[in-house]
Ligand binder design. Sequence first.
Ligand SMILES: NC(=O)c1ccc[n+]([C@@H]2O[C@H](COP(=O)([O-])OP(=O)(O)OC[C@H]3O[C@@H](n4cnc5c(N)ncnc54)[C@H](OP(=O)(O)O)[C@@H]3O)[C@@H](O)[C@H]2O)c1
Length: 341
Amino acid sequence: MKAAVYHRTGDPSVLEVVDRPVPEPGPGEVLVRVAVSGVNPTDWKARQGDGSGAPPRQGWQIPNQDGAGIVETVGTGVDAKLVGERVWIWEAAWQRQWGTAAEYTVVPARQVVRLGAASFDLGASLGIPFLTAHRCLTVGETMPDRLDVGALTGRTVLVQGGAGAVGNAAIQLARWADATVITTVSSAEKAQLAVAAGASYVINYRDEDVVAEIRKIVPDGVDAIVEVAAARNAEIDCQVIGANGAVAVYADDGGAQLTLPVRPLMVPNVRWQFVLVYTLPPVAKAHAVTDVAAGAAAGVLRVGIDAGLPLHHYPLAEAADAHAAVQNSAVGKVLVVTSEQ
Ligand SMILES: NC(=O)c1ccc[n+]([C@@H]2O[C@H](COP(=O)([O-])OP(=O)(O)OC[C@H]3O[C@@H](n4cnc5c(N)ncnc54)[C@H](OP(=O)(O)O)[C@@H]3O)[C@@H](O)[C@H]2O)c1
């Protein structure tokens, strides 16, 4: 099979496309013929490493956590009915060498989820962004554990950075669950994408007074904030989080040190909750996978410009360019087409 692989960490040029034997699924694993591999910032950050050029943890690595394809064979202990199923894959490369940037990957069976009639492009876009967004929307004390139609009726959510991949997923999931969604963006083009994703209100944080605009919409503050730039947005978040609300911090874009005023946040009993998708409590991860799969199967989760997430396709031979595009903050979803299916 063809696979993109790196033997030392570094810039995108460390990625080379080589021939490798197709791996065998071990006990509890499945072999998937990958159709589309999704690229997320986590994939280039892992490939980049600490800048020393050291080899990846296990000597070599096929990158990319997310993907979609067809189950080719299964290992012992796995239901053979999975063979031939169209599936999406989550966290293929988490503490494993077999990422999705290859014609085949092996993953534990629990990390493949039936895709139904949904597209491989959607399937390869679900894992990291949608599972992260699900956690951010459900982690608050006053938020439900599960997302479905009506689960967030009467709730208002602020999604910081609504044109990002996680931001887009948070808008789609929250709107599916009937929340009012306020989002921030940095340009008119990104505002259009946030509206296409379903945002109820869009605020340009470069031109507008974000706090004043949010207070006009929801004077008592929002129930939850999905936060991509926790340090930079701390002052805003402190002023617009409502009583018993939760700020779910999933990234430190624009600043790594977070400073918060203690007493003003004690009074409304709010919380700042940190989120890393890989290490979610198992129950939360299981809920996220189930609900995201249900949303995808129901046709309510979407990708493409009409969903506020323009798609950028690269052939496997250009996997390094796909990584560079994400590293350079491509707007939308970068996908690597790994095989014809
Ligand atoms: N913790 C986790 O489990 C987890 C999971 C997924 C992703 N992440 C991390 O989350 C970050 C975003 O990932 P992604 O895939 O969504 O990337 P992305 O598609 O590049 O989106 C990032 C978005 O954040 C916006 N942004 C940056 N600064 C902002 C600010 N101060 N206020 C509002 N919006 C702001 C950017 O737009 P503008 O700059 O134009 O505003 C952009 O739209 C990355 O650092 C990634 O590694 C973490």
